[in-house]
Write a protein that binds this ligand. Structure first.
Ligand SMILES: [Fe+2]
Ligand SMILES: [Fe+2]
Length: 292
């Protein structure tokens, strides 16, 4: 396994124990989605074998995210939904299903981590759209998975992680926040960036997602691979500002984000409003869907 970040994969595995596995339908679909020989019919057949995933794929295909303005008629057919979404959006949907399956408990901390994952996915896609890139799907996956290390650590160290997340949630100003990375390292000896990057490597979610995850709190350390970590850093700040997730800072000064996006204050207000609506739509599409 390639080393990304300061710990070797073996060190991380020693510290967190077993890495959770994806539901078998997800692992199978991830292979199919990357196999150019596998057609949309094969992918549809795999999805059709899992009722929970069928519901989610249909919801996504019929959501305002992929059916803006409700121009096209709603579909109840999996092959049609897969065709409407396309391979990349099916991959994001399958990965969302996998992530949701890891969040079985209904604690506030896990609910906030789920909201943050979806919000950061939507924000990252918006960030690259504003920057003029077409890689919206890669951005979405990187945003969705950037804090997956926190979810894995919540399963391995539930008490310590819930205490760290609760501390962050209860802080009222940006200055008083303990950095999640520093708190995790001092209490558990490792942080969610390292854990997440190793998990994403094991799950074969793509190098972009693993690098974005490893360096999203310090993009400069990624050297020549800093593009995705920097995108996720900006998306993360937008989520803090909009209060999606355990870290909430509605009063955050947006100067650094505006400079990164090269936009003026008036446009920033528009971006935040637009983003709030899109995140709400995405969370509604996932609400109440069964998990694996
Ligand atoms: Fe993070
Ligand atoms: Fe985050």
């Amino acid at each position: 396994m390639t080393r990304i970040g300061e710990y070797s994969p073996e060190d991380v595995l020693k510290m967190v124990g077993d890495i959770p596995t994806f539901p078998s339908v997800v692992s199978h679909l991830m292979k199919q989605l990357r196999d150019p020989e596998a057609g949309l019919e094969d992918i549809s057949a795999s999805i059709s074998g899992d009722p929970g995933l069928c519901v989610l794929v249909l919801r996504m295909a019929n959501s305002p995210l992929y059916r803006p303005g409700f121009a096209a008629p709603a579909t109840l057919s999996i092959p049609r939904a897969v065709h409407l979404l396309g391979r990349k959006a099916v991959e994001s949907t399958v990965l969302s299903y996998a992530l949701k399956s890891m969040l079985r408990t209904s604690t506030l901390a896990e609910k906030l981590l789920w909201e943050h994952a979806v919000a950061c996915a939507v924000s990252a896609a918006e960030v690259v759209r504003i920057m003029g890139s077409k890689n919206l799907d890669t951005a979405y996956v990187c945003g969705l998975l950037h804090d997956v290390g926190k979810i894995v650590m919540c399963r391995r160290f539930p008490e310590a992680m819930h205490a760290i997340l609760e501390d962050q949630y209860n802080q009222s100003s940006e200055d008083s926040w303990p950095s999640s990375v520093a708190s995790e390292k001092s209490r558990l000896g490792i942080d969610h960036c390292q854990v997440g990057a190793v998990c994403l490597n094991v799950w074969q979610c793509g190098e972009e997602a693993a690098v974005a995850c490893a360096y999203h709190h310090r993009p400069r350390d990624a050297g020549g691979r800093s593009v995705w970590p920097a995108v996720i850093r900006v998306a993360d700040l937008l989520c803090h500002k909009l209060e999606y997730g355990p870290i909430r800072c509605p009063a955050m000064e947006m100067g650094p984000v505006q400079r990164a996006l090269r936009i003026e204050t008036a446009e920033m207000t528009f971006v935040l409003d637009h983003l709030r609506t899109k995140i709400h739509e995405a969370l509604s599409a996932f609400a109440e869907t069964p998990s694996a």
